[in-house]
Write a protein that binds this ligand. Structure first.
Ligand code: GLC
Length: 492
């Protein structure tokens, strides 16, 4: 059975996880010092957001060298050590591969921009025009035209994200080959998997037609995506037992499933429908049932509710729902992705205006990981690059580890239960009727999970023993408390 189906995959944002060298920014050695914490959450793997050399316009998602480590985070030798230490602890390493765009400081772009006749000119997307060549817009950064005019050579270049992140031209086979070699570089170093950043963006209408009046978007998810994914998969399959998970940020589950079901493209695709749902039983049930109905039995879901781009659950829905969501993630068929700090029930941090660094408002979810109390919250001895959450004195790992009622204790119990209960990993799944506001599903024949999405108690017919609850005050009540989720072993 593929390793990535068993436990959870734990996302680390290296800048904010742990600082080993006292510069206020997290680094690779800091991560290596906390492998135990990850193991106790039942993680099969860590996924590291980018740690490559970067001018940091988008905090590492603007890569200026795909095959090295930014000095801020350490060295390639530190990375090799981290791989070794993770593997010794039975944890795999998944890294971010950013194929849609480079930094504008990448030597490829410097060459491309230098002259219309440069051999790398066509590695990016350049067009003439008195104004932006079409009506496509950029995401993140200053939202506006997806084109920037470059004075020296008198043409526009395409950027789906910030102007500092020019899009590579995947219609050029040399680009595809160069990016395949990047995969080999990291696989040769022992990396177990890749998270493919903004992967739906690497296939666009080669005619660059306008969206206006068109039935579909022309700047992503073009037909060519499937051939490109097969090409990536062939490279990954040169190695044994590796995994690729796509950031397929599409809202149409039908289209996401197309990236998975043929068996020769992605292993996993993040379900972006899930992450934008309101806290509502019907909405979650529909999303779960839709995936099960659409996906061929070989397709395996990848659930997530937090990452480095999205608001924290405790702030979006409140602390009770955040705990209930943890039970849901560990009990659904599929691989849950947990974002650092989610296991502590962290809220979004409040960032004073003079400390804001991300123009898109994502700083609050990137606040440093609170390991203990004190000014640097065990994250650093220096001034942290972003201020920690206000309640770090109580919400930190050390405080929560000693408190059986804490969010961290709940996550650890969930990890233990999942490990000890094969039906929670491999069991078939079907949702069942359980009354208003309650989402319930059966795993295998013996496990029932139920989540109450209401802030009031709801009845639940108990035909078995509750083995875990998100509510530390559950006692022996009947039914479900407000925002409570339970896992039950059903009577035979
Ligand atoms: C992905 C990343 C996000 C980044 C963007 C551009 O959506 O998750 O953080 O800004 O790609 O690379």
């Amino acid at each position: 059975m593929s390793w990535w189906r068993n436990g959870v995959i734990y996302q680390i944002y290296p800048r904010s996880f742990a600082d080993s060298d006292g510069d206020g920014v997290g680094d690779l050695r800091g991560i290596a010092a906390h492998i135990d914490h990850v193991a106790a959450l039942g993680a099969d793997a860590i996924w590291l957001s980018p740690f490559f050399p970067s001018p940091m316009a988008d905090f590492g998602y603007d890569v200026s060298d795909y095959c090295d480590v930014d000095p801020l985070f350490g060295t390639l030798a530190d990375f090799d050590d981290l791989v070794r230490e993770c593997h010794a602890a039975g944890i795999r390493i998944v890294i971010d591969w950013v194929p849609n765009h480079t930094s504008d400081r990448h030597p490829w772009f410097a060459a491309s921009r230098s002259d219309r006749g440069d051999p790398k000119r066509d590695w990016y997307v350049w067009r003439d025009g008195d104004g932006p060549p079409n009506d496509w817009t950029s995401q993140f950064g200053a939202v506006g035209p997806a084109w920037t005019f470059d004075e020296p050579t008198g043409q526009w270049y395409l950027h789906s994200f910030m102007a500092e992140q020019p899009d590579l031209n995947w219609d050029n086979p040399e680009v595809e080959a160069a990016m395949h070699d990047v995969i080999r570089f990291w696989m040769d170093r022992g990396v177990d998997g890749l998270r493919l950043d903004a992967i739906h963006k690497i296939a666009k209408d080669p005619l660059l037609r306008d969206h206006a009046g068109a039935a579909r978007r022309h700047d992503e998810d073009w037909e060519t995506i499937h051939e490109r994914l097969r090409g990536i998969r062939r490279v990954v399959d040169e190695y044994e037992d590796r995994m690729i998970v796509g950031e397929v940020a599409l809202q149409d589950l039908h289209r996401i499933v197309l990236y998975l079901e043929s068996g020769d493209q992605l292993h996993l695709a993040h379900n972006f429908v899930f992450v934008d749902l309101p806290w509502d039983a019907e909405a979650f049930r529909t999303s779960i049932d839709d995936f099960e109905a659409l996906a061929d039995r070989t397709a395996w879901p990848a659930w997530f509710l937090e990452n480095h781009d999205k608001p924290r659950l405790a702030s979006r829905f409140g602390p009770g729902p955040a705990r209930a969501a943890a039970v849901m993630l560990y009990a659904l068929r599929g691989t849950p992705f947990i974002y650092q700090g989610q296991e502590l029930g962290l809220p979004d941090a409040e960032i004073p205006p003079d400390r804001v660094v991300d123009v898109d408002g994502r700083d609050p979810v990137r606040a440093p990981m609170p390991w203990s109390g004190g000014p640097g919250v065990g994250f650093t001895d220096a001034e942290p690059w972003l201020p920690p959450v206000a309640d770090a004195a109580t919400l930190n790992v050390r405080a929560q580890a000693g408190d059986p009622r804490s969010a961290l204790s709940l996550f650890r119990r969930l990890a233990d239960l999942r490990r000890a209960t094969p039906a929670l990993v491999h069991g078939d799944q079907r949702t069942v009727e359980a009354g208003p506001d309650v989402l319930a599903w059966i795993r295998g024949e013996e496990i029932l999970a139920a989540v109450n999405f209401a802030a009031e108690p709801r009845p639940l017919e108990l035909r078995g023993e509750v083995v875990l609850s998100s509510d530390p005050d559950r006692g022996d009540r009947d039914g479900l408390g407000p925002d409570e989720a339970v896992i039950m072993r059903l009577d035979a």
